[in-house]
Design a binder for this molecule. Structure first.
Ligand SMILES: [Zn+2]
Length: 484
Protein backbone atom coordinates (compact mmCIF):
# COMPACT_ATOMS: atom_id res chain seq x y z
CA UNK A 1 0.00 0.00 0.00
CA UNK A 2 1.04 3.58 -0.58
CA UNK A 3 0.18 6.86 1.15
CA UNK A 4 0.94 10.37 0.01
CA UNK A 5 2.18 12.76 2.71
CA UNK A 6 2.67 16.54 2.90
CA UNK A 7 2.77 19.42 5.34
CA UNK A 8 1.73 23.07 5.17
CA UNK A 9 2.25 25.39 8.15
CA UNK A 10 1.61 29.13 8.35
CA UNK A 11 -0.08 31.09 11.10
CA UNK A 12 -0.97 34.33 9.34
CA UNK A 13 -0.91 37.37 11.58
CA UNK A 14 -2.47 40.06 9.36
CA UNK A 15 -1.42 42.81 11.80
CA UNK A 16 2.28 42.65 10.96
CA UNK A 17 3.73 44.60 8.00
CA UNK A 18 5.37 41.52 6.46
CA UNK A 19 4.05 39.12 3.85
CA UNK A 20 5.29 35.61 3.13
CA UNK A 21 6.83 35.06 -0.28
CA UNK A 22 8.44 31.85 -1.52
CA UNK A 23 11.65 32.71 0.35
CA UNK A 24 9.78 32.88 3.68
CA UNK A 25 9.10 29.15 3.62
CA UNK A 26 11.25 26.23 4.63
CA UNK A 27 10.49 23.84 1.77
CA UNK A 28 11.44 20.18 1.80
CA UNK A 29 10.88 17.58 -0.89
CA UNK A 30 11.49 13.84 -1.32
CA UNK A 31 13.08 12.05 1.64
CA UNK A 32 13.58 15.38 3.43
CA UNK A 33 9.82 15.96 3.34
CA UNK A 34 9.19 12.51 4.87
CA UNK A 35 11.81 12.94 7.57
CA UNK A 36 10.61 16.48 8.34
CA UNK A 37 7.18 15.04 9.16
CA UNK A 38 8.61 12.42 11.58
CA UNK A 39 6.33 9.64 10.27
CA UNK A 40 8.73 7.43 8.30
CA UNK A 41 9.03 4.66 10.91
CA UNK A 42 5.30 4.36 11.52
CA UNK A 43 4.59 3.61 7.86
CA UNK A 44 7.70 1.51 7.20
CA UNK A 45 6.95 -0.75 10.18
CA UNK A 46 3.54 -1.41 8.61
CA UNK A 47 5.04 -1.99 5.14
CA UNK A 48 3.26 1.07 3.78
CA UNK A 49 5.20 2.91 1.09
CA UNK A 50 5.44 6.70 1.49
CA UNK A 51 5.01 9.11 -1.44
CA UNK A 52 6.23 12.60 -0.44
CA UNK A 53 4.72 15.79 -1.86
CA UNK A 54 5.98 18.98 -0.17
CA UNK A 55 6.70 20.26 3.32
CA UNK A 56 6.24 24.06 3.36
CA UNK A 57 6.62 25.79 6.73
CA UNK A 58 6.67 29.54 7.38
CA UNK A 59 5.71 29.13 11.05
CA UNK A 60 3.93 31.96 12.82
CA UNK A 61 4.24 34.81 10.37
CA UNK A 62 2.26 37.11 8.09
CA UNK A 63 -0.30 36.74 5.30
CA UNK A 64 0.94 34.70 2.29
CA UNK A 65 1.49 36.30 -1.11
CA UNK A 66 -0.67 34.69 -3.75
CA UNK A 67 2.19 33.60 -6.02
CA UNK A 68 3.96 31.81 -3.17
CA UNK A 69 0.76 30.00 -2.19
CA UNK A 70 0.02 28.98 -5.77
CA UNK A 71 3.47 27.42 -6.04
CA UNK A 72 2.97 25.42 -2.82
CA UNK A 73 -0.52 24.32 -3.75
CA UNK A 74 0.71 23.27 -7.18
CA UNK A 75 3.32 21.02 -5.54
CA UNK A 76 0.59 19.30 -3.47
CA UNK A 77 -1.82 18.90 -6.37
CA UNK A 78 0.85 17.89 -8.86
CA UNK A 79 2.09 15.13 -6.54
CA UNK A 80 -1.49 13.90 -6.13
CA UNK A 81 -2.08 13.92 -9.93
CA UNK A 82 1.20 12.12 -10.59
CA UNK A 83 0.52 9.35 -8.05
CA UNK A 84 -3.29 9.10 -8.11
CA UNK A 85 -3.08 5.70 -9.85
CA UNK A 86 -1.09 4.13 -7.01
CA UNK A 87 -1.94 5.83 -3.69
CA UNK A 88 -4.41 4.33 -1.19
CA UNK A 89 -4.70 7.34 1.11
CA UNK A 90 -3.11 10.56 2.33
CA UNK A 91 -1.71 11.94 5.56
CA UNK A 92 -1.57 15.73 5.49
CA UNK A 93 -0.40 18.09 8.22
CA UNK A 94 -2.36 21.28 7.52
CA UNK A 95 -1.91 23.77 10.36
CA UNK A 96 -5.19 25.57 9.64
CA UNK A 97 -4.38 29.24 10.41
CA UNK A 98 -3.09 30.47 7.06
CA UNK A 99 -4.49 33.43 5.15
CA UNK A 100 -3.62 34.01 1.50
CA UNK A 101 -3.98 37.37 -0.27
CA UNK A 102 -7.33 37.34 -2.07
CA UNK A 103 -7.91 33.62 -1.39
CA UNK A 104 -8.73 33.20 2.31
CA UNK A 105 -7.61 30.05 4.11
CA UNK A 106 -4.77 28.37 2.22
CA UNK A 107 -5.30 25.12 4.11
CA UNK A 108 -8.94 24.95 3.04
CA UNK A 109 -8.01 25.81 -0.56
CA UNK A 110 -5.39 23.03 -0.73
CA UNK A 111 -7.80 20.38 0.55
CA UNK A 112 -10.47 21.55 -1.91
CA UNK A 113 -8.02 21.36 -4.78
CA UNK A 114 -6.94 17.84 -3.78
CA UNK A 115 -10.56 16.64 -3.44
CA UNK A 116 -11.24 18.01 -6.94
CA UNK A 117 -8.58 15.61 -8.23
CA UNK A 118 -9.36 12.51 -6.15
CA UNK A 119 -13.12 12.84 -5.54
CA UNK A 120 -14.86 12.33 -2.24
CA UNK A 121 -13.87 8.81 -1.19
CA UNK A 122 -10.07 8.50 -1.13
CA UNK A 123 -9.07 8.47 2.58
CA UNK A 124 -7.52 11.79 3.66
CA UNK A 125 -6.37 11.94 7.27
CA UNK A 126 -5.44 15.47 8.40
CA UNK A 127 -3.44 16.45 11.46
CA UNK A 128 -3.84 20.08 12.50
CA UNK A 129 -2.87 22.60 15.12
CA UNK A 130 -5.64 23.46 17.62
CA UNK A 131 -4.94 27.11 16.68
CA UNK A 132 -6.28 26.57 13.18
CA UNK A 133 -9.67 27.53 11.79
CA UNK A 134 -12.22 25.02 10.58
CA UNK A 135 -15.61 25.13 8.90
CA UNK A 136 -18.28 22.59 8.04
CA UNK A 137 -17.28 22.06 4.40
CA UNK A 138 -13.57 21.74 5.21
CA UNK A 139 -14.06 19.18 7.97
CA UNK A 140 -16.57 17.29 5.84
CA UNK A 141 -13.89 16.80 3.17
CA UNK A 142 -11.57 15.00 5.56
CA UNK A 143 -11.99 11.34 6.38
CA UNK A 144 -10.48 12.16 9.75
CA UNK A 145 -9.10 15.39 11.20
CA UNK A 146 -7.38 15.47 14.58
CA UNK A 147 -5.61 18.33 16.38
CA UNK A 148 -2.86 18.23 18.97
CA UNK A 149 -4.14 18.12 22.56
CA UNK A 150 -1.40 20.12 24.26
CA UNK A 151 -0.71 23.89 24.14
CA UNK A 152 2.23 24.57 24.01
CA UNK A 153 2.33 21.74 21.46
CA UNK A 154 4.56 19.23 23.21
CA UNK A 155 2.59 16.40 21.57
CA UNK A 156 2.86 17.58 17.93
CA UNK A 157 5.13 14.78 16.70
CA UNK A 158 3.34 12.14 18.80
CA UNK A 159 0.00 13.21 17.28
CA UNK A 160 1.32 12.94 13.72
CA UNK A 161 2.63 9.45 14.49
CA UNK A 162 -0.60 8.39 16.19
CA UNK A 163 -2.74 9.53 13.24
CA UNK A 164 -0.30 7.87 10.78
CA UNK A 165 -0.90 4.60 12.67
CA UNK A 166 -4.67 5.15 12.54
CA UNK A 167 -4.44 5.62 8.77
CA UNK A 168 -2.59 2.29 8.43
CA UNK A 169 -5.37 0.57 10.44
CA UNK A 170 -8.03 2.26 8.32
CA UNK A 171 -6.48 1.14 5.04
CA UNK A 172 -6.75 -2.48 6.18
CA UNK A 173 -10.43 -2.08 7.08
CA UNK A 174 -11.96 0.60 4.85
CA UNK A 175 -15.09 2.39 6.06
CA UNK A 176 -17.27 5.01 4.42
CA UNK A 177 -17.10 7.66 7.16
CA UNK A 178 -16.47 11.37 7.47
CA UNK A 179 -15.62 13.78 10.27
CA UNK A 180 -18.48 15.49 12.13
CA UNK A 181 -18.07 19.19 13.00
CA UNK A 182 -19.77 21.60 15.37
CA UNK A 183 -18.90 25.28 15.36
CA UNK A 184 -19.07 27.06 18.70
CA UNK A 185 -19.98 30.77 19.01
CA UNK A 186 -16.85 31.20 21.14
CA UNK A 187 -13.62 33.04 20.28
CA UNK A 188 -10.48 32.60 22.37
CA UNK A 189 -6.84 33.62 22.35
CA UNK A 190 -4.20 30.93 22.78
CA UNK A 191 -3.20 32.49 26.10
CA UNK A 192 -6.57 31.54 27.56
CA UNK A 193 -6.35 27.90 26.52
CA UNK A 194 -3.17 26.43 28.00
CA UNK A 195 -3.55 22.68 28.34
CA UNK A 196 -1.95 22.28 31.78
CA UNK A 197 -4.66 24.60 33.07
CA UNK A 198 -8.46 24.40 33.34
CA UNK A 199 -10.78 24.08 31.57
CA UNK A 200 -8.58 22.61 28.81
CA UNK A 201 -7.25 19.87 31.08
CA UNK A 202 -10.80 18.64 31.76
CA UNK A 203 -11.79 18.96 28.10
CA UNK A 204 -8.75 16.88 27.09
CA UNK A 205 -9.48 14.13 29.59
CA UNK A 206 -13.16 14.13 28.53
CA UNK A 207 -12.01 13.61 24.92
CA UNK A 208 -9.45 10.95 25.87
CA UNK A 209 -12.30 9.01 27.47
CA UNK A 210 -14.49 9.52 24.39
CA UNK A 211 -11.73 8.12 22.18
CA UNK A 212 -11.80 4.90 24.21
CA UNK A 213 -15.42 4.37 23.06
CA UNK A 214 -15.19 1.57 20.43
CA UNK A 215 -17.67 3.44 18.21
CA UNK A 216 -15.56 6.63 18.14
CA UNK A 217 -12.32 6.78 16.17
CA UNK A 218 -11.15 10.28 17.10
CA UNK A 219 -12.26 13.54 18.65
CA UNK A 220 -10.67 16.92 19.16
CA UNK A 221 -11.46 20.52 19.94
CA UNK A 222 -10.08 23.50 18.09
CA UNK A 223 -9.32 26.84 19.68
CA UNK A 224 -9.08 28.66 16.34
CA UNK A 225 -6.88 31.58 15.33
CA UNK A 226 -7.67 35.25 15.88
CA UNK A 227 -4.84 37.15 14.14
CA UNK A 228 -6.68 37.68 10.87
CA UNK A 229 -10.32 38.49 10.26
CA UNK A 230 -12.07 35.49 8.75
CA UNK A 231 -15.52 33.92 8.64
CA UNK A 232 -13.92 30.61 9.71
CA UNK A 233 -12.55 32.05 12.99
CA UNK A 234 -13.82 30.71 16.31
CA UNK A 235 -13.78 27.46 18.28
CA UNK A 236 -15.09 24.15 17.05
CA UNK A 237 -15.10 20.45 17.81
CA UNK A 238 -14.70 17.35 15.62
CA UNK A 239 -15.83 13.75 16.21
CA UNK A 240 -15.02 10.89 13.83
CA UNK A 241 -17.04 7.65 13.90
CA UNK A 242 -15.45 4.21 13.85
CA UNK A 243 -17.69 2.72 11.14
CA UNK A 244 -20.39 3.87 8.77
CA UNK A 245 -23.05 2.53 11.16
CA UNK A 246 -21.66 4.84 13.87
CA UNK A 247 -22.09 8.03 11.84
CA UNK A 248 -25.34 8.95 13.63
CA UNK A 249 -23.78 8.09 17.00
CA UNK A 250 -20.86 10.43 16.18
CA UNK A 251 -23.37 13.23 15.50
CA UNK A 252 -24.81 12.67 18.98
CA UNK A 253 -21.35 12.56 20.62
CA UNK A 254 -20.41 15.75 18.74
CA UNK A 255 -23.40 17.53 20.31
CA UNK A 256 -22.32 16.29 23.73
CA UNK A 257 -18.70 17.41 23.28
CA UNK A 258 -19.80 20.81 21.91
CA UNK A 259 -22.07 21.27 24.94
CA UNK A 260 -19.27 20.23 27.31
CA UNK A 261 -16.91 22.90 25.93
CA UNK A 262 -19.62 25.55 25.64
CA UNK A 263 -20.71 25.04 29.27
CA UNK A 264 -17.13 25.84 30.32
CA UNK A 265 -16.87 29.09 28.31
CA UNK A 266 -16.75 31.22 31.50
CA UNK A 267 -13.77 29.21 32.82
CA UNK A 268 -11.27 30.21 30.10
CA UNK A 269 -8.75 32.60 31.60
CA UNK A 270 -5.15 33.74 31.29
CA UNK A 271 -2.87 31.08 32.69
CA UNK A 272 -0.85 32.27 35.65
CA UNK A 273 -0.54 35.95 36.50
CA UNK A 274 -1.43 38.57 33.90
CA UNK A 275 -1.38 42.32 34.45
CA UNK A 276 -1.31 45.64 32.61
CA UNK A 277 2.28 46.61 31.68
CA UNK A 278 3.05 49.01 34.56
CA UNK A 279 1.69 46.64 37.18
CA UNK A 280 3.38 43.61 35.56
CA UNK A 281 6.76 45.39 35.57
CA UNK A 282 6.41 46.39 39.24
CA UNK A 283 5.40 42.85 40.23
CA UNK A 284 8.47 41.41 38.48
CA UNK A 285 10.86 43.87 40.16
CA UNK A 286 9.29 43.40 43.58
CA UNK A 287 9.55 39.61 43.58
CA UNK A 288 12.26 38.28 45.87
CA UNK A 289 13.48 35.18 43.99
CA UNK A 290 15.00 34.76 40.55
CA UNK A 291 14.71 34.30 37.64
CA UNK A 292 11.39 36.04 37.07
CA UNK A 293 10.02 35.90 33.52
CA UNK A 294 7.91 38.64 31.93
CA UNK A 295 6.17 37.71 28.68
CA UNK A 296 5.65 40.63 26.27
CA UNK A 297 2.29 39.21 25.16
CA UNK A 298 1.40 41.93 22.63
CA UNK A 299 4.59 41.09 20.72
CA UNK A 300 4.30 37.28 20.91
CA UNK A 301 6.60 35.93 18.19
CA UNK A 302 5.21 32.40 18.66
CA UNK A 303 1.88 33.82 17.44
CA UNK A 304 3.32 35.69 14.46
CA UNK A 305 4.44 39.02 15.97
CA UNK A 306 7.60 40.74 14.76
CA UNK A 307 9.44 40.71 18.10
CA UNK A 308 10.71 44.24 17.56
CA UNK A 309 8.75 46.11 20.26
CA UNK A 310 10.85 48.09 22.74
CA UNK A 311 8.05 49.03 25.13
CA UNK A 312 9.23 47.03 28.15
CA UNK A 313 12.86 47.99 27.46
CA UNK A 314 11.78 51.62 27.64
CA UNK A 315 9.99 50.89 30.94
CA UNK A 316 13.29 49.53 32.29
CA UNK A 317 15.39 52.46 31.03
CA UNK A 318 12.93 54.97 32.45
CA UNK A 319 13.13 53.19 35.81
CA UNK A 320 16.95 53.08 35.71
CA UNK A 321 17.10 56.82 34.99
CA UNK A 322 14.54 57.72 37.69
CA UNK A 323 15.29 58.58 41.31
CA UNK A 324 14.17 55.12 42.39
CA UNK A 325 16.73 53.44 40.11
CA UNK A 326 16.85 49.85 38.87
CA UNK A 327 18.31 47.43 41.39
CA UNK A 328 17.49 44.18 39.55
CA UNK A 329 19.48 42.66 36.69
CA UNK A 330 17.39 42.44 33.49
CA UNK A 331 17.72 40.49 30.25
CA UNK A 332 15.71 41.06 27.07
CA UNK A 333 15.71 37.96 24.85
CA UNK A 334 15.31 38.92 22.09
CA UNK A 335 14.58 42.24 20.48
CA UNK A 336 14.57 41.88 16.69
CA UNK A 337 16.27 44.74 14.82
CA UNK A 338 18.13 43.66 11.65
CA UNK A 339 19.77 47.10 11.13
CA UNK A 340 21.07 47.33 14.69
CA UNK A 341 22.21 43.71 14.48
CA UNK A 342 24.25 44.56 11.36
CA UNK A 343 26.02 47.36 13.24
CA UNK A 344 26.89 45.00 16.11
CA UNK A 345 27.80 41.98 14.01
CA UNK A 346 31.15 43.51 12.99
CA UNK A 347 32.28 44.01 16.60
CA UNK A 348 34.27 41.72 18.91
CA UNK A 349 33.38 40.75 22.47
CA UNK A 350 34.13 43.63 24.81
CA UNK A 351 33.92 46.28 22.06
CA UNK A 352 31.86 49.38 22.79
CA UNK A 353 29.29 50.97 20.51
CA UNK A 354 26.56 53.58 20.40
CA UNK A 355 23.41 52.00 18.98
CA UNK A 356 19.88 52.95 18.08
CA UNK A 357 17.77 49.92 19.00
CA UNK A 358 14.19 49.71 17.71
CA UNK A 359 12.95 49.63 14.13
CA UNK A 360 10.68 52.67 14.64
CA UNK A 361 7.77 51.21 12.68
CA UNK A 362 5.17 52.39 15.19
CA UNK A 363 4.70 53.57 18.74
CA UNK A 364 5.54 50.18 20.25
CA UNK A 365 8.83 49.82 18.33
CA UNK A 366 10.21 53.32 19.00
CA UNK A 367 14.03 53.32 18.98
CA UNK A 368 16.18 54.00 22.03
CA UNK A 369 19.74 55.38 21.95
CA UNK A 370 22.13 53.29 24.03
CA UNK A 371 25.85 53.06 24.81
CA UNK A 372 26.65 49.37 25.01
CA UNK A 373 29.45 46.84 24.93
CA UNK A 374 29.30 43.42 23.33
CA UNK A 375 28.93 40.52 25.74
CA UNK A 376 28.41 37.41 23.60
CA UNK A 377 26.97 36.22 20.31
CA UNK A 378 25.58 33.14 18.65
CA UNK A 379 23.01 31.55 16.34
CA UNK A 380 19.23 31.61 16.80
CA UNK A 381 18.05 28.01 17.21
CA UNK A 382 14.69 26.23 16.85
CA UNK A 383 12.34 25.07 19.63
CA UNK A 384 9.81 22.27 20.19
CA UNK A 385 9.43 20.27 16.94
CA UNK A 386 11.50 22.80 14.95
CA UNK A 387 15.04 21.48 14.42
CA UNK A 388 17.18 22.47 17.40
CA UNK A 389 20.31 22.73 15.26
CA UNK A 390 18.69 24.95 12.61
CA UNK A 391 20.22 28.38 12.03
CA UNK A 392 17.37 30.90 11.79
CA UNK A 393 19.62 33.95 12.18
CA UNK A 394 22.03 35.38 14.75
CA UNK A 395 22.05 37.50 17.85
CA UNK A 396 24.57 39.76 19.58
CA UNK A 397 24.09 40.17 23.33
CA UNK A 398 25.02 43.64 24.62
CA UNK A 399 25.26 45.12 28.11
CA UNK A 400 23.93 48.66 28.47
CA UNK A 401 26.60 50.90 30.01
CA UNK A 402 25.64 52.17 33.47
CA UNK A 403 22.45 50.11 33.74
CA UNK A 404 21.89 46.49 34.87
CA UNK A 405 20.34 45.66 31.49
CA UNK A 406 21.46 43.13 28.85
CA UNK A 407 19.75 42.83 25.48
CA UNK A 408 20.01 40.07 22.90
CA UNK A 409 19.72 41.96 19.59
CA UNK A 410 18.48 39.55 16.91
CA UNK A 411 18.87 39.64 13.14
CA UNK A 412 15.43 38.11 12.69
CA UNK A 413 12.31 37.44 14.74
CA UNK A 414 12.76 34.33 16.85
CA UNK A 415 11.22 33.45 20.21
CA UNK A 416 13.51 32.13 22.95
CA UNK A 417 11.50 29.23 24.38
CA UNK A 418 14.11 26.70 25.54
CA UNK A 419 17.37 26.61 27.50
CA UNK A 420 19.51 25.47 24.55
CA UNK A 421 18.46 28.59 22.61
CA UNK A 422 19.75 30.85 25.41
CA UNK A 423 22.98 28.85 25.65
CA UNK A 424 23.55 29.13 21.89
CA UNK A 425 23.87 32.91 22.20
CA UNK A 426 26.01 32.68 25.36
CA UNK A 427 23.23 33.32 27.89
CA UNK A 428 22.24 31.68 31.16
CA UNK A 429 18.89 32.90 32.50
CA UNK A 430 20.09 32.07 36.01
CA UNK A 431 22.41 35.10 35.79
CA UNK A 432 19.42 37.47 35.78
CA UNK A 433 16.70 38.59 38.17
CA UNK A 434 14.18 39.35 35.41
CA UNK A 435 14.08 37.92 31.87
CA UNK A 436 11.73 39.45 29.28
CA UNK A 437 10.67 37.12 26.45
CA UNK A 438 8.44 37.50 23.38
CA UNK A 439 5.78 34.93 24.23
CA UNK A 440 2.21 34.82 25.51
CA UNK A 441 2.03 31.81 27.80
CA UNK A 442 5.44 30.81 29.09
CA UNK A 443 6.96 27.75 27.39
CA UNK A 444 7.52 24.62 29.56
CA UNK A 445 11.30 24.83 30.26
CA UNK A 446 11.04 28.49 31.22
CA UNK A 447 7.98 27.84 33.33
CA UNK A 448 9.84 25.15 35.23
CA UNK A 449 12.83 27.41 35.82
CA UNK A 450 10.76 30.46 36.78
CA UNK A 451 10.62 31.55 40.41
CA UNK A 452 7.70 33.70 39.25
CA UNK A 453 6.27 34.79 35.93
CA UNK A 454 3.85 37.43 34.75
CA UNK A 455 2.22 38.06 31.38
CA UNK A 456 2.44 41.76 30.58
CA UNK A 457 -0.71 42.76 28.66
CA UNK A 458 1.18 44.98 26.24
CA UNK A 459 -0.27 46.32 23.01
CA UNK A 460 1.18 45.21 19.67
CA UNK A 461 0.24 42.86 16.86
CA UNK A 462 -0.88 40.08 19.25
CA UNK A 463 -3.11 41.91 21.77
CA UNK A 464 -4.72 39.59 24.34
CA UNK A 465 -8.10 41.25 24.80
CA UNK A 466 -10.26 39.67 22.07
CA UNK A 467 -12.98 42.24 22.79
CA UNK A 468 -10.83 45.08 21.38
CA UNK A 469 -9.96 43.29 18.10
CA UNK A 470 -12.12 44.74 15.29
CA UNK A 471 -13.47 41.54 13.70
CA UNK A 472 -15.93 42.20 10.86
CA UNK A 473 -16.36 38.79 9.24
CA UNK A 474 -16.85 36.41 12.17
CA UNK A 475 -20.05 34.69 13.23
CA UNK A 476 -22.19 36.86 15.51
CA UNK A 477 -23.27 36.70 18.21
CA UNK A 478 -19.92 35.42 19.46
CA UNK A 479 -18.90 35.03 23.10
CA UNK A 480 -17.23 36.98 24.77
CA UNK A 481 -17.63 39.82 22.21
CA UNK A 482 -21.37 39.43 22.64
CA UNK A 483 -22.97 38.45 25.91
CA UNK A 484 -24.50 35.03 25.23
ZN1 LIG B 1 -0.68 26.38 17.81
Amino acid sequence: MKVLVGQFITESNANIPLKNNVGSFKMLFGDDCIDGMHIREVFEQRDVEIVPSILADAGASGVIERAAFEYIEHEFVNAVRTHIHEIDGMLLMLHGASEVDGVGSGDHHILNAIREVVGEYLPIFVVCDPHGNLCESYVRQTTLIRSYRESPHTDSIATLQKVAGWLCDFLLNRQNIHSVYRKLPLILGGEQSVSTDEPVRSINSYMDKMEKDPRIRSCSWHVGYIRHDSDVAGCGIVVVPQNEADQGYAEQKADELAAYVWDRRHEFHYTGVAAMPDRAFEMALAFGGQPVFITDSGDNVTSGATGWNTYILRQAIERAESNVGLNRRLLFANICDPVCYDVLSGLDEGDSAHISLGVGFDDMSQPVELDVHVRSRGPLRGYLHHPHDAHYGDAVVVSVDGMPIDVSVASTRQAMCERHQFEAVGLNWGDYDVVVVKQGYLFPELKEAAAFSVMSLTLGTTPQDTKIIPFKRILRPMYPIDDI
